[in-house]
Every structure is written in structure tokens, then in C-alpha cells.
Design a protein around this ligand. Structure first.
Ligand code: MEV
Length: 303
């Protein structure tokens, strides 16, 4: 017996880093998905996951599930990814979510998304040691969510449009390393960094309201302001700055890096009429435009 499940990648819209310290963030799921086939066999455990960067997320998910639900059968797991792990779309959390959802269906456990999130978050911490869990929430719940660390709040936002351009900087970021490095800096000057986090929090709260109202001009301004605060945290790079600047100069409402910084992607909010112009400007600044859609569906069964 086998089940095929899939989960989306994610992009952070607002509030990265601050979310690690208990402040809120807003994350959107993207249309690139990881598909996982979970098969029950008599014995043994085989993983075939050529595009998965770190198979420990799969191993740990299966170990966790088997222990928790006293499962004794063997399992084969095969994955297929629509996106490269280099973009920072959260392939590890997407694969964790898809494996958990697949196992949930295979063993008819009827777990809620909330329970699956709790498991996924714990697995994430076991493997990676750091992280707010926002990526697991995006992979499981999908769409666009307002999120507070460890799932203290997971609030889906009622939006139906989000015209983003996504540009990859060409550099793979090492998220745990960047989060750790920032932690060391914060320990030396807590007050200064926490005042930046407070400003980021205000941006997230304003963005939450304005995203629902489709107040693009305001959201763009908030994105650009959030980017400046990420520069103040010291996590941006020259390349990301140049790509964001190119996008706004080409007429985007606003732009910011998305994720830990140090590389990965930036996002720009655009009027559809000038999408192409902004894409060209990002490419001219050395970025690679990635054609994925935000606000995608969360984890689901494919077959
Ligand atoms: C990384 O994409 C976002 C961070 O806030 C880390 C996290 O929330 O786990 C930097």
C-alpha cells in the first residue's frame, strides 16, 4: 500500500529573524512543491531522495512517527522535487511536511494540521537545532499565514492576490549559520537589536492589515523599510541590496530580501503592468527571476 503526498515551499514576506525571538512574521507558500511517495513494506527502510539536501529530515520524521504510533512495518520513501534546494524555498520543511502527511494517511491516523505542525516543528528542531517553525507552518497550512514562533499563533490571512516578482541572488544561504551568528551579536547588544525587532514587529502588524486591503503602495513601503532593518541587522548582501534597488527603481512598490539573508532570494511587489520591466531590472542587477506563484495550497494527498 502506498500514498503520494506533496507540500509547497515558502517565501518569507515580513519579519524574518525577529520571528526567532518571539516576534510575528508573515509567510507565503509557493507553487513549487516536493512530492513524496510513502510505501508500506514488510520490513526495512529505504529512502530514494536524490534532490533532498539533507535526508536527516526524512529519517527523523519516520523515526518520530514510528516511535509515536508504535509502527512496526517497513517503509520505502521516494521524493521528487520541483525546486532546487538552493533557492531557500524551504525544501527541508516541505519534505518533512509531505512525509508526515503521507504517513498520516497511510496509517489512517486522522491527525489535524495543528498536530502535524507540532510534530514537524519538533523534528525540525531535532535536526537543525534552530528555527521558528514558520517554514513548517507554510508547508502544512499553505496560503499566507501570520505566524508566531513554535506555532503560538498560526493565522491564515484572507488574501487572494499577491503580485510578487522573485529574484534569486545566485548564492545559497546557510540559514542556521546566519541565525547563530546573529544570536552571538545580539548577546552583546541586546537592547539595540531588540529595538530593531520592535520596528519589524510594527511593520508585520501593518502589513497584516494592508495585505488584506490590497493596499499595494503601503505594502511596498513596508517591504522596503523591512529590508532596511534587515540591513541594520547585518544580514543583507551587496547583491541583494542591488537587486532590491533595481526593482524599486524600475517601479516596484517595494522590495526586500526574503529569508535569512546572506544570499537566497529577494522579492518585489509589482503592478502587473510593469512586471516584465522589474524582472529585467533584477536580471540586469545579476539576479535570476524565479517563476513561482505565492499563496499556494498547503500539504495535500496526490494519490
Ligand atoms: C529564515 O528563512 C528565516 C529566519 O527567521 C529563521 C527562522 O525563522 O527559522 C531567519
Amino acid at each position: 500500500m502506498r500514498v503520494i503526498a506533496s507540500a509547497p515551499g515558502k517565501l518569507m514576506l515580513f519579519g524574518e529573524h525577529a520571528v526567532v525571538y518571539g516576534f510575528p512574521c508573515i509567510v507565503t507558500a509557493v507553487s513549487s512543491r516536493i512530492t513524496v511517495e510513502v510505501e508500506k513494506v514488510d520490513s526495512g527502510f529505504k529512502i530514494e531522495a536524490p534532490q533532498v539536501k539533507d535526508v536527516r529530515f526524512i529519517e527523523e520524521s519516520v523515526r518520530f512517527f514510528k516511535e509515536k504510533f508504535d509502527i512496526k512495518t517497513g517503509l520505502n520513501i521516494k521524493t521528487k522535487s520541483e525546486f532546487s534546494s538552493q533557492y531557500g524555498f524551504g525544501s527541508s520543511s516541505a519534505v518533512t511536511a509531505a512525509v508526515l502527511y503521507g504517513l498520516n494517511k497511510l496509517f489512517s491516523l486522522n491527525l489535524t494540521k495543528r498536530e502535524l505542525f507540532n510534530f514537524g516543528y519538533e523534528i525540525n528542531l531535532r535536526v537543525q537545532k534552530v528555527g521558528s517553525g514558520f517554514d513548517i507552518a507554510a508547508a502544512i497550512f499553505g496560503k499566507t499565514v501570520y505566524f508566531v514562533r513554535a506555532g503560538k499563533i498560526i493565522l491564515p490571512l484572507k488574501i487572494n492576490e499577491l503580485p510578487l516578482v522573485i529574484g534569486y541572488s545566485g548564492i545559497k544561504a546557510d540559514t542556521p549559520k546566519i541565525v547563530q551568528a546573529l544570536k552571538l551579536k545580539i548577546e552583546k547588544n541586546k537592547r539595540n537589536f531588540f529595538s530593531i525587532f520592535e520596528e519589524i514587529k510594527n511593520i508585520v502588524e501593518e502589513a497584516k492589515v494592508n495585505l488584506i486591503k490590497k493596499n499595494w503602495t503601503k505594502i511596498g513601503q513596508l517591504m522596503t523599510k523591512n529590508h532596511q532593518l534587515l540591513q541594520d541587522l547585518g544580514v543583507s548582501t551587496k547583491k541583494l541590496d542591488q537587486m532590491c534597488q533595481a526593482a524599486t527603481e524600475a517601479g516596484a512598490y517595494g522590495a526586500k530580501l526574503s529569508g535569512a539573508g546572506g544570499g537566497d532570494c529577494m522579492i518585489a511587489l509589482v503592478d502587473e503592468k510593469i512586471r516584465e520591466r522589474v524582472e529585467k531590472a533584477i536580471e540586469k542587477a545579476g539576479g535570476q527571476v524565479i517563476k513561482v506563484l505565492p499563496h499556494a495550497l498547503g500539504v495535500r494527498i496526490e494519490k
